[in-house]
Design a protein around this ligand. Structure first.
Ligand SMILES: [Zn+2]
Length: 373
């Protein structure tokens, strides 16, 4: 059973609302049975939720780290955050955002365990079982919303990647959830958050905000249905994360492989990316993004040349995927054009946002790599 600690009624509400915001968005408000089932699991695996008054400094919290989701000595989770007690009026919506963000971490930390089907299946690279895969003697596992690599023989830690995507998606999901379920009069829709720059969401901005356009571009690249109206789906009480769509050849795919993977199974994203970009590509891409994240977080500015690299890699992935989908009848031309059009809209806006301008020659180079010209 989870132990809850808070010092005022408002902070008790912060806990309940943060849980509900995330649960309603991730599972869909019609899926109350799944929410209840997850709540039971949460109570087993989260040992403590501590909400401290503003100004509290602990080993893990201070005014620059207002929340933390971390393992306890038994491998269960402790959620800690600064709450409403002692807060100024201008901090209220930020506290709500941070609370939702930390709860979102706890959901993502646990969901791959809940959904683990325990049955082994064989892929081109090896065995995939219990949310882990072994490639060349290295075990890849979902780990707190990231991917961890362990040497199967020695048990040694080889790598851990996906932090940038994990953190930015916690902010993106929190903004969607607060807009949908915890604000008076919604200004922006779920689709707006995917489509528009963070300054136009009407939500709190954080140190992570400057990276969110890269993550939005990634979401667009992993779409399997460009016509989906995400807000309609949420309003109907459906999950936009593990919802499925029927492809032109009749197969059932996730609506969006990235949205599904970031919440339920990070290895799914790696599998999709590597399928088109080559084995090991996702690890390299994430490793690069994670170091960019660490370096640029304190400066709050992304070098335009680095963003340009990302803006070269993601079109390659999307073009390869779309070519494959078209050749195999998975998408018709209209479906393919819509996904590419949505992607291009974000890609174009990033030139100005980051000062990462592409010349005609640069663009022709992308087309050449895709075999278009
Ligand atoms: Zn975080």
């Amino acid at each position: 059973m989870t132990k809850y600690y808070y010092s005022c009624e408002l902070d008790k509400n912060l806990i309940e609302k943060s849980f509900n915001n995330v649960a309603l968005l991730i599972f869909g408000k019609n899926n109350s049975r799944r929410i209840e089932a997850f709540e039971d699991y949460f109570e087993k695996r989260v040992s403590q939720v501590n909400v401290y008054p503003q100004g509290t400094v602990t080993e893990y919290l201070n005014n620059t780290t207002p929340g933390r989701c971390r393992p306890d000595k038994d491998g269960n989770i402790i959620i800690e955050m600064l709450g409403y007690k002692g807060a100024r009026n201008d901090q209220l919506s930020w506290i709500k955002h941070e609370g939702t963000h930390e709860f979102c971490h706890s959901f993502v930390d646990l969901l791959h365990e809940v959904l683990s089907n325990k049955s082994a299946r064989i892929t081109n690279d090896g065995f995939l079982y219990e949310n882990s895969i072994t490639k060349n003697g290295i075990l890849h596992k979902n780990c707190s919303g990231k991917i961890i690599e362990i040497d199967s023989k020695t048990g040694e830690l080889v790598g851990l990647y996906g932090k940038m995507f994990n953190e930015t998606m916690m902010d993106i999901i929190s903004s969607m959830a607060i807009n949908c379920f915890d604000s008076n009069g919604r200004v922006t829709s779920v689709d707006d958050i995917i489509r528009l720059n963070f300054n136009d969401w009407g939500n709190e901005t954080t140190g992570y905000s400057i990276f969110t356009s890269i993550t939005r571009l990634t979401i667009a690249a992993f779409s399997n249905n460009g016509f989906i109206n995400y807000q309609n789906a949420v309003d109907k009480g459906l999950s936009i994360f593990d919802g499925t769509t029927t492809m032109a050849n009749g197969d059932t795919y996730k609506i969006n492989d990235f949205l599904y993977g970031i919440v339920f199974d990070q290895l799914h994203i790696e599998e999709e990316f590597d399928k088109f970009m080559g084995s090991g590509s996702y690890k390299i891409f994430c490793g690069y993004l994670d170091s960019l994240f660490t370096i640029s977080l304190s400066e709050q500015k992304l070098p335009s040349s680095e963003v340009k690299r990302v803006m070269n890699i993601l079109p390659d992935f999307l073009n390869k995927k779309i070519n494959y989908y078209r050749q195999n009848g998975i998408l018709d031309l209209k479906g393919a054009d819509k996904i590419v059009g949505n992607f291009n809209q974000i890609w174009n806006s990033m030139q100005q946002e980051y000062g990462s301008y592409f010349t005609e020659q640069d663009i022709n180079e992308i087309a050449r790599r895709a075999g278009i010209i």
